[in-house]
Design a protein around this ligand. Structure first.
Ligand code: HEM
Length: 316
């Protein structure tokens, strides 16, 4: 079952952000932790400059992210992570990975890789830093991007990052731009977005787009109302935005969760109704952007058949 289910009564054309309370987690650790960290490490070994990039001049922000994330993990998951700080001497224990690291805070020479790259290997989240008045993407470790990659977006301001969807949801992106400008220190926010895929491959960065498009084309004939539930995956991103106190940059964290559509319907009685309500009210251009146009009719038929009788009435 997905930990979040961002489907309500209709397509949400608002930002969908909410304050992230102090008691909530900035980063989440789940049963896939070891497998996802191993995958990250493999990708970062194979193509280091594709999955991790930073622009010069944002070292303070990188260390701030490291500090925030390590302190957070040690506080929320003390059985799995321990942090000792004595002045600038820090000692980190990751019990899940059986790894220990001693380093001097602020001195990149004491870590095996750049601070942001290193801390990204402690969490399942993709982590991105945006800085400046126009929230420019200045660095990130992005292994599980959904249809984008750092090469395409580094150095671009927030509005330009979203250029492909500006014609579809311009008011939402304008509101988000304002939120980025005004986000206060100590008041992080979060939101969840969604997509529907033919595979649960985690790394959907742009280099895989041609192969993923081909896979969808190959699978289309089997995406019938009878089969589609076992063929499709719901893919959601829990996104957090946190203003960093010293640099003033923003940390953008993205935790990707996935589940097979049929499994989600089996565990969540109102899933079929809520998904049908959202998909049937999503603007056609957004459906096309999300790659859902070709299978939408079969998907809606499948969902219709799975709405339990007691909830069906509400849909009619
Ligand atoms: C409140 C904040 C934000 C909102 C409301 C927002 C909204 C959206 C929406 C609606 C999409 C279309 C895809 C989908 O719905 O699955 C999208 C795509 C995207 N967003 Fe955001 N976003 C936000 C923050 C960010 C931030 C901070 C980044 C920083 C890197 C970012 C990077 C992207 C990228 C790279 C895409 C894909 C664009 C493409 O296809 O080239 N978003 N965003």
């Amino acid at each position: 079952m997905l930990p979040y289910f961002p489907f309500g009564q209709r397509f949400n054309d608002k930002m969908g952000t909410a304050p992230l309370p102090e008691s909530d987690r900035l980063v989440e650790v789940d049963a896939h932790y070891k497998a996802e960290i191993a995958l990250k490490k493999q990708l970062l070994t194979e193509l280091p400059a594709y999955y991790f990039q930073t622009l010069p001049g944002h070292e303070t922000a990188q260390w701030e992210v490291l500090e925030l994330v390590l302190q957070h993990l040690a506080r929320f998951c003390p059985d799995w992570f321990s942090l000792w700080q004595q002045g600038k001497q820090w000692h980190w224990q990751n019990h899940l990975l059986a790894e220990e690291t001693t380093f001097t805070f602020g001195d990149p020479g004491t870590l095996p890789v750049a601070p942001l790259d290193w801390v990204g290997r402690q969490v399942q989240e993709d982590i991105v830093i945006l800085a400046g008045a126009d929230s420019t993407l200045v660095g990130g470790q992005l292994c599980f991007g959904n249809g984008w990659c750092l090469n395409e977006k580094i150095g671009l301001p927030f509005w330009q990052i979203h250029a492909p969807i500006m014609p579809i949801v311009e008011p939402m992106i304008r509101a988000a731009q304002k939120l980025m400008e005004r986000l206060p220190v100590g008041r992080p926010v979060w939101r969840v977005n969604w997509s529907v895929k033919v595979t649960d491959q985690l790394d959907m960065t742009s280099r895989h787009t041609p192969a993923l498009d081909q896979l969808l084309a190959d699978r289309l004939p089997s995406l019938t109302p009878n089969m589609i539930g076992s063929q499709l995956f719901l893919r959601i991103e829990r996104q957090t935005l946190t203003r960093l106190p010293r640099s003033g940059a923003i940390l953008f964290g993205i935790h990707t969760y996935q589940n097979r559509l049929a499994n989600e319907l089996n565990t969540r009685p109102d899933a079929a109704l809520r998904l049908a309500q959202v998909f049937s009210t999503t603007p056609p251009a957004m459906l096309a952007y999300k790659g859902m146009t070709a299978f939408l009719p079969a998907l809606l038929t499948y969902l219709d058949r799975h709405v339990p009788p007691q909830t069906a009435e509400a849909w009619c």
